[in-house]
Structures are given as structure tokens and as C-alpha cells.
Write a protein that binds this ligand. Structure first.
Ligand SMILES: [Zn+2]
Length: 452
């Protein structure tokens, strides 16, 4: 049996940048890294099929593994706020998260930014994967979101304690802010995440205010940066997005109602936007009259506003990053990781190449842990690579069919793609609904009847 040094891939090379793809390209993998990328005809002769296993299938594209800019690996596909914050023991949450990590990897996501965790599950998952114990994307993680009374996580009644399983910590005063950042950093997060506005899933028509003052946001951003971390914020409203950019945050999630002043502040302070429109589009498409606290028309309004405001921001030069929001029941793991690219093309008018860039190299700016190692096909970087039939620069939806990919490489090795066993939900993962309706007595029929 021949022992190869690595792999020699041939096909159309899309490298993760905005450069034109190489139609007849080659990529050489040696060990865990890429050692050569270029025109196949310029391939140095020592990279040959005697020493490197040749993968040369007709009509294939070769591109970086996806870098998902927004996941919640600890959320376990929860169907309600209660399920997420209250139910399921933390130990079981962590084991579930490892199961789902493999599923995410099998969708072609070789790295991901986790945008808030319940307990410290995301850090544990990141470390279990990094230390070689379990397969999964290379994670960069936020800790618990820092929220106050107006952030979306303070959603339970005030007559109870803030639930320890909520994916957030509650701060009450200005002096709590620095302590909250320091505690998260002590708990080994890569990034601080702030809950900067409310959300239509939690409160109806909740998008008109910033949870924190500009001064409070500055305190958070300054302390985060002093401790060498990056700073993200959930900010759907105009004020929250603008003030976060003014305060020096590195990344705004959503920013649907960003205005001119917000765009200017993003440009001035090098702030990027990760819209995660997939969540909203899925909520609309799932075709329920209500999702969370709001009717689907609220989500439609937000997508409409976001499509205008984000396109304006992009035209002005603000980078847009693709993230899926995978982790909730509207966006289950392994299903929708590539959909944001299609939305960027369809709703924001990006080219497929720009969308691929937004879901690969562009996201690495949120990931200092791996920044120069992932996201791009380039000699020296880790060989996290997809090989797939067809040309995603012509049809971006091809990336939503990972079962058709020929290979998903991570660190120079094809990953195990055996489908995971279907998981049964345990009784303790659920909100304890007595009956999904009222069982009333009907005098006419003399029988009981379930009504809404
Ligand atoms: Zn999220």
C-alpha cells in the first residue's frame, strides 16, 4: 500500500477571497496544512500523484470549509425560552453539544463563532474539540451575554431569580460591567457578547431602544479590548447598533435598523456586521402566525428594513459576515449553515463569490484564535477544504447540500461522514405543557373538544 504525504486536489479553485477563481486549479495538502495553491499547469513536478493522493473529479469546485459566523452550540435546538434557560441538566447539555458539533462539521462547517452559551458549555466543547477528543468545527466562543433589564435575556418575571441556565449574566449597575467582562474572560471566552437590544422573539415590537447607554457600552468595549478580547453585540435597533459602533465594538449582530450615523460609526471604528437573516427568513417561512412574542409580519418588516439598511452599509464599505444562528428550533444544527449566503445573494444583491467570502475568510476577523490559519486556500494555512460537484459561484444553493460534497477536509484529513444516529429527546429537555390547548365541554355533542 502506498503511503501518501497528503492529497493533490484538482478542480475550480475558489480561495475564499474576492479574487477570480482559478478554473483549472490545484491544491496540495501535506500533513494538516496546505502547501501549494495555483494553476494546475504551474504545479511543481514534485507534487505528483506518486507522492500525493490525487483527487481529480470532473466539474468539481475546491473551496475553504465554511466559517459560520454565528452559532449557539449549547442551545440544543431548544423550542422555547424556558427550554433553553431552565430545562436539561448542564451535563446533558454539554454531551448534546458534542453530538451536534459533529453534525455541524458534517455540513461543511470547519470553523464557527459561537455567539453566546448557556453555562460554560461552549468553552468546554471548543476545548474538547481542540484537544482532539471529539470531532467538530474549530470554535471561537463568546461566554454568557452581558444583559441588563432591557436586554433580550432578562425575559423571565422579576419575581424570580435570573435563571443560572440562561445564556446571559444580568448586570444592574454601571460598576457591574467591568466585573462582568472580567468574569467572562476568567472563564476563558474568546469574545465578549453584549445583549444590546431586545428582540421580537421575546417581546412584541421591541426594537426601538438601546439596552445600554453609550457610556456603558464604552466601558464594556474598553475593558474587553484591554484584556485582549473582541467585543460583539446583539443589536437590532437603530440606537443600539449605532452606539455599539461608536463605542468601538468589533462586531454587531443583526443591525437591521442601522442608520447613516451607525454606518459612519462602523466605518470609523472598523466594526463589521453579521446579520444572521437566516433566523428571520426561517421564522417567516415556517409559516406560523406567531413566532415567539410576535406575528410573522414583525419579522417580515425587519427583513425588509435590513435588506435596505445592510445593503447601504455594504456599499459604504462595512464588511458583512455570514452566520446561521444555528442552535434553536427555527435553525437546527446541520441544516441551514449555508443559507445565509443564498440570502445575501437574493436579498442583499451580493454576487455568489462575495457571499462565499462572507462565509469563509471574512469571518476569520472574529476569530483571533485561528485568524491566519483558516478561511482561505493558501499555502501555510490549515487544510480545511470542501470538494463539491458543480460551481457555487454560479449556483450558491449547491452549498446547502453537503451530502453531495465529495470531501470535507479538516486539518488535512477527510472527516468521518457516517450519518449520526437520530437523537430522541429526553423528557427533561421539554417545557412541561399540560395540553397544547383547552379541552372544553361541548354541550351540543356532549363531548370534550380541544380548542386553541
Ligand atoms: Zn444568536
Amino acid at each position: 500500500m502506498t503511503t501518501y504525504k497528503g492529497y493533490l486536489l484538482k478542480g475550480k479553485v475558489i480561495d475564499g477571497t474576492l479574487n477570480n477563481p482559478i478554473e483549472n486549479g490545484a491544491v496540495v495538502i501535506d500533513g494538516e496544512r496546505i502547501v501549494w495553491v495555483g494553476e494546475a499547469q504551474l504545479l511543481p513536478p514534485h507534487y505528483n500523484a506518486n507522492e500525493y493522493e490525487l483527487i481529480d473529479l470532473p466539474g468539481r469546485s475546491i473551496m475553504p470549509g465554511l466559517v459560520d459566523g454565528h452559532t449557539h452550540i449549547s442551545f440544543g435546538e431548544s423550542r422555547s425560552e424556558e427550554e433553553n434557560a431552565l430545562y436539561t441538566p448542564v451535563e446533558f447539555r454539554a454531551i448534546k453539544a458534542l453530538y451536534y458539533s459533529k453534525k455541524v462539521l458534517q455540513a461543511g462547517v470547519t470553523s464557527a463563532f459561537d455567539a453566546a452559551t448557556t453555562y460554560a458549555v461552549a468553552q468546554a466543547v471548543r476545548d474538547a474539540i481542540d484537544s482532539g477528543m471529539y470531532p467538530g468545527p474549530r470554535f471561537t466562543v463568546s461566554g454568557k451575554q452581558i444583559t441588563n433589564r432591557q436586554g433580550l435575556e432578562d425575559s423571565f418575571p422579576s419575581n424570580m431569580e435570573f435563571p443560572p441556565g440562561q445564556a446571559a449574566v444580568l448586570v444592574k449597575t454601571k460598576s457591574d460591567l467591568v466585573e462582568a467582562v472580567r468574569l467572562q474572560v476568567k472563564e476563558e471566552v474568546d469574545a465578549i457578547k453584549v445583549s444590546g437590544s431586545n428582540d421580537n422573539l421575546i417581546t412584541p415590537d421591541a426594537l426601538g431602544v438601546s439596552a445600554f447607554t453609550l457610556e456603558e457600552l464604552q466601558i464594556i468595549a474598553n475593558e474587553t479590548h484591554r484584556l485582549g478580547k473582541i467585543c460583539s453585540i446583539h443589536a437590532r435597533s437603530t440606537e443600539s447598533a449605532r452606539d455599539a459602533a461608536l463605542a468601538g465594538f468589533d462586531n454587531i449582530f443583526h443591525a437591521s435598523y442601522l442608520d447613516e450615523a451607525g454606518i459612519e460609526a462602523c466605518l470609523k471604528n472598523n466594526c463589521v456586521i453579521t446579520p444572521t437573516l437566516t433566523l428571520l427568513v426561517n421564522l417567516i417561512e415556517a409559516d406560523t402566525a406567531m413566532a415567539g412574542a410576535s406575528s410573522s409580519s414583525a419579522f417580515k418588516r425587519e427583513v425588509e428594513a435590513a435588506s435596505k439598511n445592510l445593503r447601504k452599509a455594504y456599499d459604504a464599505g462595512v464588511p458583512l459576515l455570514a452566520g446561521s444562528e444555528s442552535g434553536w428550533s427555527p435553525v437546527p444544527y446541520g441544516n441551514w449553515h449555508a443559507r445565509e449566503m443564498q440570502i445575501f445573494v437574493d436579498i442583499l444583491g451580493m454576487s455568489p463569490l462575495e457571499a462565499i467570502h462572507a462565509n469563509t475568510l471574512a469571518v476569520t476577523r472574529l476569530m483571533p484564535r485561528y485568524k491566519n490559519d483558516i478561511g482561505k486556500l493558501e499555502a501555510g494555512r490549515l487544510a480545511d477544504i470542501l470538494v463539491l460537484p458543480g460551481d457555487p459561484t454560479k449556483d450558491i444553493t449547491l452549498l446547502q447540500k453537503p451530502s453531495r460534497f465529495d470531501y470535507i477536509f479538516q486539518g488535512g484529513q477527510p472527516i468521518d461522514r457516517t450519518p449520526l444516529p437520530t437523537r430522541k429527546r429526553r423528557w427533561y429537555e421539554r417545557t412541561k405543557t399540560f395540553l397544547a390547548g383547552l379541552y372544553v365541554y361541548n354541550e351540543e355533542t356532549g363531548q370534550g373538544q380541544l380548542i386553541d
